[in-house]
Design a protein around this ligand. Sequence first.
Ligand SMILES: Nc1ncnc2c1ncn2[C@@H]1O[C@H](COP(=O)(O)OP(=O)(O)OP(=O)(O)O)[C@@H](O)[C@H]1O
Ligand SMILES: [Mg+2]
Length: 305
Amino acid sequence: MNVWRSYSDKSLFSSLLCSCVSQRSVDSKALQERQKQIMAKGLPKQKPIAGVKQVIVVASGKGGVGKSTTAVNLALGLMANDSSKSVGLLDADVYGPSIPKLMNLKGNPELSDNNLMVPLTNYGIPCMSMGFLVEDVAPIVWRGLMVMSAIEKLLRQVDWGSLDYLVVDMPPGTGDVQLSITQNIPIAGAVIVSTPQDIALLDARRGAEMFKKVHVPVLGLVQNMSVFQCPNCRHQTHIFGSDGARQLADTLGVRLLGDVPLHLNIRETSDRGQPVVVSSPDSPEAEAYRKVASAVVQRLQEVNT
Ligand SMILES: Nc1ncnc2c1ncn2[C@@H]1O[C@H](COP(=O)(O)OP(=O)(O)OP(=O)(O)O)[C@@H](O)[C@H]1O
Ligand SMILES: [Mg+2]
């Protein structure tokens, strides 16, 4: 305040103001430049995972809608449709890993010669999960930074060999894990899973919009548990509504990749660690997952041309 009062001469004041303004614009340009540099440093550079051609993430804003079940059966479906393709499975749910149980795998990964973790394999699918690195019942209580460093380990310190597809099972939500993965590696596409229920669709929409925002192509939606058929009388019931995901796909302008029924066989085979695509390959449920897998491959070709 005092400084300004002392400049009574108008011309001196205006020339000072001019130089002050131009100095300020130089300063603000320098500041912007500096901010850009800091931002660029702060965001990790996207780097492909060695040996992996395409990464497909399976996600949804909501918990318990069938992401892990879909991810497992999608990975197996991709291989069942084309046995020449190699497929891996990464469990990015560091808080509540499901892949060890769903793929019937247990144990600690060995280290390769170059000190990378060797995935555990079942049904021809190499898998990596935080569940292989911590005790079964140990609570995983982590803060943001620890989560990021765990994710980075799972992305960078695994020897996948050579894979055509790496399917990533995401935790629910649109938080640190999702951001960390989208910032670290190039993702070929996202598959969003939802039940046809309004509340799940709302979260699924959030999930899809998040991927769009970070420029990950949304391959489409999988409508899970849309119809239940009574095993005795064959009557069909739409427990969570009938067509919600189809409508959401239309609204978002993305494909409906498939419709997976609510079926006891899916739940039981998952719990046994014998996913339906390998344990009942002739069932309509397995067929539904294989259809999702071929729709995913078709969409990957579309978005990459
Ligand atoms: N189509 C289906 N028919 C029958 N049961 C299903 C189906 N899809 C998933 N389930 C069952 O629903 C439960 C939740 O599925 P899952 O663990 O795949 O969901 P999620 O979205 O990965 O959950 P979370 O958000 O906790 O990771 C599991 O018991 C699974 O077996
Ligand atoms: Mg899960």
